[in-house]
Design a protein around this ligand. Structure first.
Ligand code: HEC
Length: 148
C-alpha cells in the first residue's frame, strides 16, 4: 500500500470510528440515572454522615470541643492501632510529641484551623457545612487546652 493510500485509509477509519462509535456509545448508555444521596439527619449530629464521622457519643459533662473531636476527628486521631492520624503522627514525631492529637501541648490555634479547612495527606478538608466555624472554635479550644 502506498503512503498516501495508507493515510487515506487511516483517515477513513477514524471518520468511521467517530461516526459509528459516537452515537452508538451514547445509545448504549442513555442518560445514566444518578441515585438520590441519602440525606444526613441534622437533628442528631452523632449519627454517621460519612465514613470520617464517628458515632462515639460524648460523655455527659465533657467540654463541647471534646464532642466535636469525638464526632469528626477521633475516627483517625483516637487511641488504637487502626487510627491513620495517630499512626501518621507517631511516625512523624517519633515520640518527641504525643501521637494522640488530644494530648498535644504545642498546637497553635491557627495551625489547627488551617489543617482542618485544607486537609493534609490523607486527612480530608472539612467544609463549613460539616464543621461550622463555631464548632471549629470549640474544637480548637479543646485541642489547645494543654498548650503552654
Ligand atoms: C481520615 C483521617 C483523618 C481525619 C478524619 C482527621 N485527620 Fe487530622 N490527620 C490525619 C493524618 C493522617 C494526619 C497526618 C498527616 C501527615 O502525614 O502529616 C493528620 C494531621 C493532623 C494535624 C497536623 C498535626 C501536626 O503535628 O502536624 C492536625 C492539627 C489535625 N490532623 C487535626 C485534625 C482535626 C482537628 C480533625 C477533626 C476535625 C482531624 N484532624 C480529622 C488524618 C485525619
Amino acid at each position: 500500500m502506498s503512503r498516501r493510500c495508507l493515510r487515506t485509509a487511516q483517515l477513513a477509519a477514524s471518520v468511521l470510528a467517530v461516526l459509528t462509535l459516537g452515537p452508538a456509545s451514547e445509545a448504549a448508555n442513555p442518560s445514566p440515572s444518578i441515585p438520590e444521596p441519602s440525606k444526613p439527619s441534622l437533628s442528631s449530629p452523632a449519627e454517621t454522615i460519612s465514613w470520617t464521622w464517628s458515632t462515639v457519643k460524648p460523655e455527659p459533662g465533657q467540654p463541647r470541643g471534646y464532642a466535636q473531636f469525638e464526632r469528626a476527628c477521633a475516627v483517625c486521631h483516637g487511641d488504637g492501632p487502626a487510627k491513620p492520624g495517630t499512626r501518621a503522627l507517631r511516625a512523624k514525631y517519633h515520640d518527641k510529641e504525643p501521637a494522640l492529637l488530644a494530648e498535644r501541648t504545642d498546637l497553635a490555634p491557627d495551625y489547627i484551623r488551617y489543617v482542618v479547612r485544607h486537609g493534609v495527606s490523607v486527612m480530608p478538608p472539612f467544609r463549613k457545612t460539616e464543621l461550622s466555624d463555631p464548632d471549629l472554635d470549640e474544637l480548637v479550644a479543646y485541642l489547645t487546652r494543654k498548650r503552654h
